[in-house]
Design a protein around this ligand. Structure first.
Ligand SMILES: NC(=O)c1ccc[n+]([C@@H]2O[C@H](COP(=O)([O-])OP(=O)(O)OC[C@H]3O[C@@H](n4cnc5c(N)ncnc54)[C@H](OP(=O)(O)O)[C@@H]3O)[C@@H](O)[C@H]2O)c1
Length: 357
């Protein structure tokens, strides 16, 4: 399997099946040749731009049908046309469809609305990829940093919105089956929260820090704590059943997208340097993301089905050991139950003031 050979599993990690990603990405022909994605269905939340757009394109080029979700109808329609233009004119069977679905995972109410529409829809998805994110802006340009739920906006998307999506994924994805290791699967694309730069800060869930960059690290660590709790809690799904869909979490590497805009000249410059020396395009990044799904599916087919450690896999270009390192373990001990309590309470419409210290 060409894509698999481009991934190197880290033998040092016995706990969570970490993978260290090599540079580059397979070609779309190499991914298609794996035969894993043809005829499958993928939902890409954040697929209208950036790395999510790249993943949606790679799915479609491999014969999967794709639904992309984002807030802006204009970006969504543009992305669908761009993807369709990239597909060859052949009579592939079954035909690949590419659709846009308006959706916003920025608040509890808007995420629940999206989940309800997905539940009622005809399609059951084999893959869910979530890249949706925003970066907070500095205090002077960001007079209202909280969303309608009273949570800092970037945290609202990366942790609360994603939690609600994953917790309900069983209701709009294909059910797991013993003879299919490749799907259903979730790919969580997010900034790395390696924890080495600071511990999780509960105050930043409800406020903008100084500097506001602290919120980015906080949502990244919060995202990892949330994933860990989701798969380890007995009642991980919204209906009280255990969570059963394997999740792969990855940092996409560096690429020039709209995400970093508005952070100031210094960061524009730093982005240019990082992307020049270590970066990739959204198309390359998307192929890498999709090939990770194929590779982990292959790896999972070799693991025991009772092995719960296969439920979360971290894939990282930069070799940060995440979730399982000592910093993240401490965060999990100190804040895991608190965060889980907050998320479940928000889902139930509870009063979040009780969580502010
Ligand atoms: N780019 C990088 O170099 C880089 C580096 C490290 C980590 N990452 C991580 O990779 C992920 C993707 O980044 P990216 O650069 O691809 O981002 P991006 O280009 O800004 O794209 C974000 C996508 O998410 C959608 N989106 C934003 N808010 C949403 C919401 N509330 N509900 C639904 N969709 C929403 C956007 O569409 P609408 O605006 O229309 O909603 C867009 O399709 C992020 O988690 C980021 O932290 C990126």
């Amino acid at each position: 399997m060409a894509a698999v050979t481009k991934l190197q599993f880290n033998p040092m990690n016995e706990e969570l099946g970490q993978v260290i990603q090599e540079k580059g990405a397979p070609t779309s022909e190499e991914i298609s040749e794996l035969g894993v994605l043809k005829g499958k269905t993928a939902l890409v939340v954040g697929g209208t731009r950036g790395s999510g757009y790249g993943a949606a394109l790679a799915f479609a080029q491999s014969g999967a049908s794709v639904t992309i979700v984002g807030r802006s109808e204009a970006s969504g329609s543009k992305a669908v046309s761009k993807i369709m233009d990239e597909l060859p004119d052949d009579d592939s069977s079954p035909p690949t469809t590419v659709k846009y679905l308006q959706g916003d995972i920025g608040t509890v109410a808007s995420t629940k609305d999206l989940v309800e529409r997905l539940k009622k829809g005809e399609t059951r998805y084999d893959y869910l990829v979530v890249t949706a994110a925003i970066f907070p802006q500095p205090q002077k340009r960001n007079p209202s940093p909280l969303n309608d739920d009273g949570v800092e906006k970037s945290f609202g998307i990366a942790v609360v919105g994603r939690f609600l999506l994953y917790r309900n994924a069983h209701s709009f994805m294909t059910p797991p089956s013993a003879d299919n290791a490749y799907s259903p699967m979730i790919l969580n694309v997010c900034a790395a929260g390696c924890g080495k730069l600071g511990y999780f800060n509960r105050k930043l869930v409800f406020s903008l820090g100084w500097p506001h960059m602290l919120n980015i690290m906080n949502f990244a660590v919060g995202n990892e704590l949330m994933l860990h709790k989701l798969v380890s809690e007995e009642k991980g799904n919204s209906d009280g059943t255990p969570f059963q869909i394997p999740i792969i979490s990855t940092h996409p590497g560096y690429l020039k997208t709209d995400l970093h805009r508005g952070q100031g000249i210094f960061l524009d410059f730093a982005e240019g340097i990082l992307v020049h020396f270590m970066g990739s395009t959204e198309e390359v990044c998307g192929r890498r993301e999709v090939s990770i799904l194929c590779a982990i599916g292959k790896k999972q087919s070799e693991l025991s089905k009772d092995d719960s450690s296969s439920m979360v896999t971290i894939v990282d270009n930069f070799g940060f050991g995440r979730l399982m390192n000592k910093y993240t373990k401490k965060d999990l001990e100190d804040h895991g139950d608190w965060l889980w309590g907050l998320l479940v309470s928000m889902e139930a419409g509870g009063n979040i003031d009780t969580y502010k210290e």
